[in-house]
Design a protein around this ligand. Structure first.
Ligand code: GTP
Length: 680
């Protein structure tokens, strides 16, 4: 099957240090122009490269006999989240199935939700397939301990990979291992070696020099070859995994079992009633203290109604207390219908609840069931086992809502500049929500000049209203969440600077304004101007400031006009004689002239009245082509609208996919492969 040519971009020159190249129906991203040329000449160099590559491959193959899977001491019992990420059809599910088969000898039909396996005496691994929608990718970048970045070698790097790397950069960079799949599709030996070399060089350029990269070169009975999986599995079983600072500072759960426990009577009366839910998962990061509020990604902030400590369903130590067969002990994937240990009071394993140390709270590593009440029905209606649920604990400080000052840089692959007050969706901390920032640049002194658009290649300040996040927290901004868009979806990245002095910052932001006045009386080159100032005091402040008429006659403000003179001119004693400025001009002006003065004016409140309005009205104010469907969360989250999983977008017309810059070159908007397409 060929590629639909409508989404293919034409050949483009260097772009962000890379070359995007179209050859026939295939489209690839190269690190450097030479690589692009190299690719054409690969056959000439193939023989000479073959020897070098074979050596590299030999180095890469691990001597597994030297590694003992069960001798790693002192590791925590909480499973590491191994996120398998990659563009559609790259082989993510197949990789998880092959790894699960290697560790447990079980065959997994579908990869739904997290799959936990015991990989050794001291290590459990939880495999999660990263969804391809932006919401799922944003959350995954926050909970991943290790990322297996899958790249289709027969196609090359795709947009999803670059988007995900940007998300990782903003949320802290966990360990990343590259996995090249579909190598068996490249039949020519020379081309295969050349592709391996080119992709590994590109991968190292993106991650770091010498980053681990594994090759999966053929299938055996519909699964990856066992010896190749053995190498990868062995490596992830023993490698040191470093937790991220945001993760260690917060308690969080990746839900591997979800229950709707609303009473059927309540549901019968009102189908759209608020629901009570139970969520199970390993407590990660820091301890969970009583009274901690949690944020359910995409839904909102909720207090915890109940916390129950359960036996670890995938540990050889506690498995005896659960009703599982011996075989299932090393394998736990309730959403994939394996080891479905439904919560049972008799089997409940409670030691840490009544005697819970109030100061310490629930320890990280404990398997918990969290009960949350009054959740909007949309959450249970839209639940998707392929999209894992992230539940993050929030500190008291993060419960508040206010102004934040951030430093932001537009991503140079995003075609448009970001416009002040245009709604964007930010992913910061555990949350993702829509806000309407004001962009500014440092002006003279302590002044901040409001700018209408973000600079093209430089960073700027962004002030926005939202749930507070600690200074230094990274964030990502996107304009829309549509999965079918061809364009690069990350609009900007940045980090929070401060929120404590928000009110002062707001007072400092100024914008350019034109004050307009009209002549009251003209005495040759001097004129009395009305309607430009609000008081005589203001006229005093603006003494000497340049003014101009619409015809271009320049002048400046002199002083407030004398009261007797104004009274005489107006000829009505009771009319106000204030706010009339005496101004001098280069030439005589006429009574029909309009006089302008350019001033800096305080922006005032950042949060405009729209933020307080109901969701329906707010929705109407957003550009029509981006019709975001919000949950009605007004009563719970004040004036912040959380983003739910359910979105509807109108397709952008095809012609907008190409934008000409300076009338010269077309900027590539699409290197995303439509699902199901094959390279010919
Ligand atoms: N020939 C070959 N086929 C592969 C390879 N890896 C995966 N496939 C096939 O590609 C197809 C898609 O694989 P999946 O594992 O479902 O891919 P995925 O990334 O999970 O796809 P999505 O869930 O749609 O994003 C399956 O038919 C696999 O058998 C490979 O290395 N070589």
């Amino acid at each position: 099957m060929g590629i639909d040519s409508s989404w293919i971009i034409p050949y483009s020159d260097e772009y962000e240090g890379r070359v995007v190249h179209r050859r026939g129906n295939s489209l690839k991203i190269y690190d450097r122009k030479e690589e692009c040329d190299d690719d054409d000449n690969y056959t000439r160099n193939a023989e000479s490269q073959a020897a070098t590559d074979q050596k590299e491959e030999q180095h890469q193959r691990l001597d597994i006999s030297e590694i003992d899977l069960h001798t790693v001491e002192g590791e925590e019992s909480v499973p590491y989240v191994v996120l398998v990420q990659g563009p559609p059809n790259v082989g993510k599910s197949l990789l998880i199935k092959s790894l699960v088969k290697f560790f447990t000898k079980h065959h997994l039909n579908d990869v739904r939700g997290p799959v936990t396996v015991v990989s050794g005496k001291h290590r459990q691994l939880q495999f999660v397939e990263c969804p391809n929608d932006v919401n799922g990718m944003m959350d995954a970048a926050k909970y991943a301990d290790l990322v297996l970045l899958c790249i289709d070698a027969s196609y090359g790097f795709e947009m999803e990979t670059f988007e995900f790397l940007n998300l990782l950069q903003a949320h802290g960079f966990p360990d990343v291992i590259g996995v090249l799949s579909h190598l068996d599709k490249i039949k020519d030996e020379g081309k295969l070696l050349h592709t391996k070399k080119r992709l590994s060089r590109q991968f190292w350029n993106e991650i770091y020099d010498g980053a681990e990269l594994f090759y999966l070169s053929c299938l055996d009975n519909g699964m990856y070859m066992e010896d190749q999986i053995h190498n990868l599995a062995t490596f992830i079983s023993v490698m040191k995994i470093n937790p991220l600072s945001w993760q260690t500072a917060h308690p969080y759960l990746l839900v591997d079992q979800f229950e709707d426990v609303t009473s059927p009577e309540r549901e019968h009366i009102d189908k759209k009633c608020y629901r009570n839910i139970g969520m199970c998962g390993y407590l990660r990061g820091s301890n969970l203290k009583r009274g901690t509020k949690v944020h359910i990604a995409g839904v909102g902030d909720f207090p915890l109604y109940g916390i129950t400590s359960l036996a670890d369903p995938c540990s050889s130590r506690s498995a005896a207390k659960m009703r599982v067969t011996d075989k299932e002990r090393l394998f736990y994937a309730p959403m994939s219908s394996h080891g479905d240990l439904l919560y049972d009071k008799d089997a409940e394993y409670i030691d840490e609840l009544n005697d819970l140390n109030e100061i310490e709270g629930f320890r990280a590593g404990t398997y918990l069931k969290l009960e949350v009440r009054d959740i909007p029905f949309e959450m249970t209606k839209n639940i998707d086992p392929f999209c894992p649920i992230l539940v993050g604990g929030i500190s008291l400080e993060e419960e508040n809502i206010g102004y934040m000052q951030a430093r932001l840089k537009r991503h140079s692959w995003h075609i448009k500049l970001l416009k002040t007050r245009e709604p964007i969706i930010v992913s910061v901390g555990w949350r993702r929500y829509q806000t309407r920032p004001i962009y500014a640049q440092e002006g003279g002194g302590s002044r901040l000049h409001r700018i209408h658009y973000t600079p093209k290649h430089a960073d700027c300040l962004a002030m926005f209203w939202g749930p507070l996040a600690p200074p230094g927290t990274g964030f990502v901004a996107v304009h829309n969440l549509a999965g079918n868009k061809a364009a690069f979806r990350i609009s900007a990245t940045g980090f929070i600077l401060d929120f404590t002095q928000a009110a002062e910052i707001v007072a400092k932001i100024v914008k350019k304004r034109k004050q307009v006045g009209t002549p009251l009386k003209i005495f040759k080159k001097t004129a009395l101007i009305k309607d430009m100032f609000t008081s005589d005091l203001e006229i005093d402040w603006f003494k000497g400031v340049a003014i101009q008429t619409a015809r271009g006659v320049r002048g400046n403000v002199k002083k407030a006009a004398k009261k007797e003179l104004v009274r005489k001119i107006k000829n009505k004693g009771d009319q106000p004689t204030e706010r009339i400025a005496s101004c001098s001009f280069q030439h005589e002006i006429s009574l029909s002239d309009e006089v302008f003065m350019r001033v800096w004016k305080q922006v005032g409140e950042l949060k405009d009245s729209l933020d307080k309005d109901d969701p329906a009205r707010r929705q109407r104010t957003i550009e029509q082509r981006r019709a975001v469907v919000f949950m009605d969360m007004k009563h719970r989250s004040g004036n912040i609208m959380p983003i739910c999983e359910e979105y509807q977008f109108k397709r952008r017309p095809k012609e907008v996919l190409f934008k000409k810059e300076k009338g010269k070159q077309e900027i590539p908007q699409c290197t995303r492969r439509p699902k199901g397409c094959e390279v010919v």
